[in-house]
Design a protein around this ligand. Sequence first.
Ligand SMILES: *[C@@H]1O[C@H](CO)[C@@H](O)[C@H](O)[C@H]1NC(C)=O
Ligand SMILES: *[C@@H]1O[C@H](CO)[C@@H](O)[C@H](O)[C@H]1NC(C)=O
Length: 299
Amino acid sequence: MLLNYKVFTWCVCVCVFQVSLERVLGISTVSSSGLTSDPNSGLIAYPAGCVIVLLQLKTNRQTHIINACRKPFTAVAFSPDGKHLVSGESGHMPCVRVWEVGGGQVAEVQSHKYGVSCVAFSSSSSYIVSVGFQHDRTVSVWDWRKGSIIASNKVSSRVFSVSFSQDNSYFVTAGNRHVKFWYLDASKERRVNSTVPLIGRSGLLDDHKNSVFCGVACGRGLMASNTYCITSCGLLCLFNSSRHLEAWVNLKVGTAHLDVTRFKLYPPSTAGWSFSSYSFRAMMGCYIPAGPGTAAEST
Ligand SMILES: *[C@@H]1O[C@H](CO)[C@@H](O)[C@H](O)[C@H]1NC(C)=O
Ligand SMILES: *[C@@H]1O[C@H](CO)[C@@H](O)[C@H](O)[C@H]1NC(C)=O
């Protein structure tokens, strides 16, 4: 009888003292891969330890995704339609997880040993690419709805950012003295069993071969054959379809870590480069919401 009574009081206490996470102060991201925005909803997402904070800028309200396995999140990216979020984490045998925005986890895959440095959805949302920490050396593409890895390879550099091309046939990784184009089409034909090697080709960097490329975005629309990278010195670089670093502008942003996603770039006008961006993000603690019409220009 006494025992039953104790169990009962314990239950009551749990109900009374149940806590919920209301607000997270701080951010634990170290590179541009730990910040993502969905231009349609205005949500931005970033990791703070084992929590992903989803912040609605307009209302300054937060919701949260909590990693039940208690591994700290390292990388986040929204799907192109903003309905899903992919996360990478650090720690032994880390997972890449897909979350429904406003819901729970819907998929996970384990292909890295030590940590995930960046993640991205393909333009079709069907594939996810994840790149491991430098010691992990793995780059993997997976079909997240089937939960299978379709292609993978080794990467020796430290990678900070990854972006899929508009037609999903290749993706580009950017990092320490590193810009590499990885082709899926070539490997598709030889695919019999699930995993095939990816074909990687280096970007031709010429004078910029010692730069740190901290952000990458494949072009969209008219500029789909171009790739844009940003260096730690604030140079916005354009790679043409033959992987040549063809042009660059100095954004004069000092040593800020900038990252570009989904931005529209227009052909060079007589005034020089001009581009408008709705998610042009600056790391170092500040977020620059650049609406259409906001332009960075060089002469
Ligand atoms: C695919 O993998 C299975 C199991 O490992 C193996 O039995 C089969 O022979 C493989 N098929 C081809 C065409 O390599
Ligand atoms: C890419 O740029 C290089 C160097 O400027 C140039 O030689 C090459 O023709 C360009 N390729 C295309 C497809 O524009």
